[in-house]
Design a protein around this ligand. Structure first.
Ligand SMILES: NC(=O)c1ccc[n+]([C@@H]2O[C@H](COP(=O)([O-])OP(=O)(O)OC[C@H]3O[C@@H](n4cnc5c(N)ncnc54)[C@H](OP(=O)(O)O)[C@@H]3O)[C@@H](O)[C@H]2O)c1
Length: 226
């Protein structure tokens, strides 16, 4: 499948790399490809600049948000939550229409420092805001409850049998995303329901950041024991 991953941070890199590894034709979308490749500083988390990742993944193309989205059958939103609607507007409403949009973004607000709060919560979510702004896109929220590395390689937590969630209004789109998740190695995929259920997985991030502090590692996950 031709897939556009919008986002050049650690999530964009992890997801684009894994999608290419499992056989997809992958493009990464960024606001300004030249500026993105010219970055030579590590990001805020100390990850190497995008150009270094790109050199190790020559099969993954880099394009503007609109070019990447126009060519893709499936689109992944791996942009900063505060800028996701703007990034998707730059990708172009027409380029999203009718397509599955896997939304991984969390609406984190770092303006008051750590831990972040949420820009939207309780009675709304970023997933819903994206679905409402782009009504013809088939939005599925998933993978936002995990660190980037675990999203694409759950087997790193050996024997854990941990859980990932999907939320969305379109049943076929959730089936498509579940297929992608299975190709990454996920087997316990819980369909929470419509896109409003993204409130649950997004608000979990408040606990996630505190677990990160308490455990001193982002390599943990939810296992729903029934
Ligand atoms: N890091 C994790 O492990 C993790 C886990 C779960 C969920 N998430 C979520 O996944 C998303 C990506 O996270 P990340 O850590 O990879 O990187 P990030 O630093 O949160 O986002 C980087 C991406 O956001 C784009 N961006 C930033 N501000 C923008 C704006 N105002 N308008 C348009 N685009 C903007 C950047 O575009 P350019 O390429 O043009 O610079 C870049 O591609 C976030 O929503 C985050 O909350 C992250």
């Amino acid at each position: 499948m031709k897939i556009a991953v919008l986002g050049t941070g650690m999530v964009g890199q992890a997801v684009a790399g894994r999608l290419a590894e499992v056989g997809h034709d992958v493009l990464v979308g960024t606001r300004d490809p030249e500026a993105t490749l010219a970055r030579d500083e590590p990001d805020a988390m100390g990850n190497p600049p995008f150009g270094a990742w790109r050199e190790a993944h020559p099969a993954v193309a880099l394009a503007t948000l609109a070019d990447a989205a126009a060519q893709a059958e499936l689109i992944v939103n791996a942009t900063n939550g505060a800028g996701s609607v703007a990034a998707l507007e730059a990708a172009g409403e027409d380029n999203l229409a009718g397509k599955v949009l896997l939304d991984i973004a969390n609406p984190l607000d770092f303006s008051q420092g750590m831990p972040p709060s949420l820009l939207v919560c309780n009675t709304d979510s970023l997933g819903e805001q994206i679905q409402h702004r782009f009504p013809q896109a088939r939005v599925v929220k998933a993978l936002n409850t995990l660190n980037a590395s675990l999203m694409v390689d759950p087997a790193q937590l050996a024997g854990a049998g941990h859980t990932v969630f999907v939320s969305g209004d379109d049943a076929d789109a959730k089936t498509t995303v579940t297929g992608v998740l299975e190709s990454f190695g996920w087997s316990d995929v819980i369909d929470l329901g419509d896109i409003a259920t993204a409130r649950g997985s997004e608000m979990y991030v408040a606990l996630w950041v505190r677990l990160w502090g308490a455990l001193g590692t982002p390599m943990f996950s939810i296992k729903v024991v029934r």
